[in-house]
Design a protein around this ligand. Structure first.
Ligand SMILES: Cc1cc2nc3c(=O)[nH]c(=O)nc-3n(C[C@H](O)[C@H](O)[C@H](O)COP(=O)(O)OP(=O)(O)OC[C@H]3O[C@@H](n4cnc5c(N)ncnc54)[C@H](O)[C@@H]3O)c2cc1C
Length: 287
């Protein structure tokens, strides 16, 4: 491995001065789990890695603030997994954890690094999208917010520019909504998904007041299926609605074949798992 510099700034200003905006060999590092794999494969050779581990708020901590759940970008997956607050407010995140990588990865991988990596197979981005979450982005020229969906430009491509950092994730608290995530693997449980499906429903009895459907693992980036949502919005949960939603989803999603399944197979998985997810959320709403 080519030698490189690892720096650990204590302030945001110091971090920005160390993150040279024009040099792709200088990058921030969160947990380092994705960066290390890319370095081992000699796909990425850094000159300098700027660690975010000593930055304080808003990069650190989790808290409810009014009707928003705030999660610092340096929060690890294990911290999410074992937080009673997350289990209470955002149960779909905790539900996804046991099948996400392994304990060693979950102990270090961070919320911010996971989003910035923009790998379409990652498990958490579709859930954050279904939860309508946004991120606070800090840069040398100021701050902005972005819907999580707008962070992804394409295959492993994010929309961060000019040395910007993801500082915090903000998920609105939506008490009447229920969310679930289905990770469909065709090899081992912890493998990358052949298809990831996040579904959020705002149900009144069997009536779907509002809905989010997000597909990952089968497209070049995690994508909201808005035409499918239109078919479902305002409808009653029924076998006929599940068939219509499946038709809409498979027509809308330009699914690609890869080494975890052909496009036809993944379309079939989408149809089956969308119906199951609707049924699951509808039945848990009655419980
Ligand atoms: C063995 C293994 C198995 C895995 N299995 C799964 C799985 O089943 N499901 C799944 O979803 N994921 C899985 N992962 C992927 C894992 O989720 C990602 O590697 C992880 O989310 C990246 O987070 P990180 O903090 O380690 O990022 P890093 O490796 O530190 O960084 C990733 C990218 O983000 C940039 N970056 C980091 N932090 C920030 C920030 N705050 N702002 C802006 N840019 C930033 C870095 O410069 C880099 O480009 C697996 C990883 C490994 C190693």
């Amino acid at each position: 491995m080519t030698p490189f510099e690892l720096v650990e700034p204590r302030t945001l200003e110091e971090a920005f001065s160390l993150l040279d905006q024009g040099d792709p060999a200088i990058r921030p590092i969160g947990g380092g789990t994705a960066l290390m794999l890319m370095m081992k494969a000699q796909f990425f050779q850094p000159v300098r890695l700027v660690s975010l581990r000593w930055l304080g708020e808003p990069f650190r901590g989790m808290r409810v603030d009014g009707d928003v759940f705030r999660v610092g970008a340096m929060t690890t997956f294990s911290e999410l997994e074992h937080s009673p607050q997350v289990a209470w407010q955002l149960p779909a995140i905790v539900q996804a954890m046991p099948a996400l990588a392994n304990v060693r990865v979950r102990n270090v991988a961070t919320v911010g690094g996971n989003l910035a990596h923009a790998d379409p197979h990652l498990d958490l981005p579709p859930i954050w999208m279904a939860l309508d979450a946004e991120v606070l982005i800090l840069g040398p020229r100021g701050e902005r917010t972005s819907a999580v969906a707008d962070l992804f430009a394409g295959y492993y491509e994010n929309t961060l520019t000019d040395g910007e950092l993801i500082a915090e994730l903000r998920a609105p608290l939506r008490p009447t909504w229920r969310t679930t995530y289905v990770k469909v693997t065709t090899r081992a449980l912890h493998d990358w998904p052949a298809l990831g499906l996040a579904l959020s429903l705002d149900l009144q009895g069997d009536h779907i007041r509002d809905v989010r459907v997000v597909l990952s693992g089968a497209l070049e980036k995690a994508t909201r299926l808005v035409a499918t949502e239109c078919v479902m919005r305002g409808a009653a949960v029924s076998d006929a609605l599940m068939r219509l939603a499946g038709d809409a989803a498979t027509a809308e999603a330009a699914i690609e074949s890869d080494n975890r399944g052909s496009a036809d197979y993944k379309s079939h998985l989408l149809r089956v798992h969308l119906a199951r997810a609707i049924r699951f959320l509808a039945s848990s709403n009655h419980g």
